[in-house]
Write a protein of this length. Structure first.
Length: 178
């Protein structure tokens, strides 16, 4: 859905919207890690204020990504507010500086594209670390012959036990117990 800036300016209270979007193909083309995405919904408002256009909405969706550890599909429900500021044309050096620093976004073809905003925000919010519920609980570590993956805490505990075991004083343990 695209909002025409002339329509936005005509409505003093702004334009409210509640949109369900299907962006799976576009998102998978831009990021191959996305296995599936569903129930994308944006509810909000776009309005004009002193030369700026404010796009403000609540974004909800369910995304399926591969686990960082086991490559099993993990379904994540996401929900967060999005606020973007758009500007039509550059009128001063301050406007150009705001555009250069990505504080505001340029308006292209006299329209604000909600689908593009939603897709960009979904891609920006893909987590780096994705774990299944079992992996989150500390289970499901991969192991093989003479090796295993462990947490940093487990590794440090094992190293401390190994250091104590190899201590030259380890043989004296229990000497005076009688």
């Amino acid at each position: 859905m695209k909002f025409n800036i002339q329509e936005i300016r005509k409505n003093l209270d702004g334009l409210s919207f509640e949109m369900k979007l299907d962006l799976l193909a576009d998102l998978q083309e831009r990021n191959k890690e996305i296995l599936d995405i569903k129930d994308i919904q944006a509810v909000g408002k776009v309005q004009h204020d002193d030369g700026l256009y404010l796009l403000d909405y609540q974004l909800d969706y369910t995304i399926v990504l591969a686990s960082s550890r086991s490559m099993e599909p993990v379904e994540l429900a996401e929900s967060y507010p999005v606020t973007e500021v758009f500007m039509e044309g550059v009128r001063s050096p301050a406007d150009q500086e705001a555009l250069d620093e990505d504080l505001v976004l340029p308006i292209e073809d006299g329209q604000i594209d909600l689908a593009e905003s939603v897709a960009d925000n979904i891609l920006l919010n893909i987590p780096i670390k994705v774990l299944t519920p079992e992996e989150e609980a500390g289970e499901g570590f991969v192991s093989g012959k003479d090796w295993q993956i462990m947490t940093q805490e487990d590794y440090e505990t094992a190293q401390a036990a190994k250091k104590e075991e190899n201590s030259p004083f380890a043989g004296l343990q229990g000497l005076f117990d009688e």
